[in-house]
Design a protein around this ligand. Sequence first.
Ligand code: FES
Length: 139
Amino acid sequence: MDTSSRRTFLGVCLGGVVAGFSAAVLWPLYRYLAPRSGGELTTRVVIAEKDVPEGEAKFFEYAGASAVLVRKKGGELVALSAVCTHLGCIVQWEKEKQDFLCPCHAGRYTPDGTVISGPPPKPLAKLPFSVANGEITVG
Ligand code: FES
């Protein structure tokens, strides 16, 4: 193999490695950041009441985004968007503290979605729901 064809061969190999690495890194990033498209958006979700015990939260998909049902201490139910109002990360339920924490910039919300601290500019959006026959219907 002469020098020129060796360079060409190495160039092709290096190009393949760079293309593979780029695809491995950029595709998951694109899938994470891109808005969801296609398929039906679920605008009505039914969850058994027993699946949301007192002091716990249940996350689910609603209208193409993450949502959460919380049964506060004392039994009151709340349905919220789980999308942080700062930059759109998904909040996490902290059972011990009975609040929501946004892992991206440490925004905190009460179980009602009210901002406690951090950068979120407004509360988590409330979702309509009803309870009948042991089932919670969101939407
Ligand atoms: S995205 Fe939630 S605090 Fe920044």
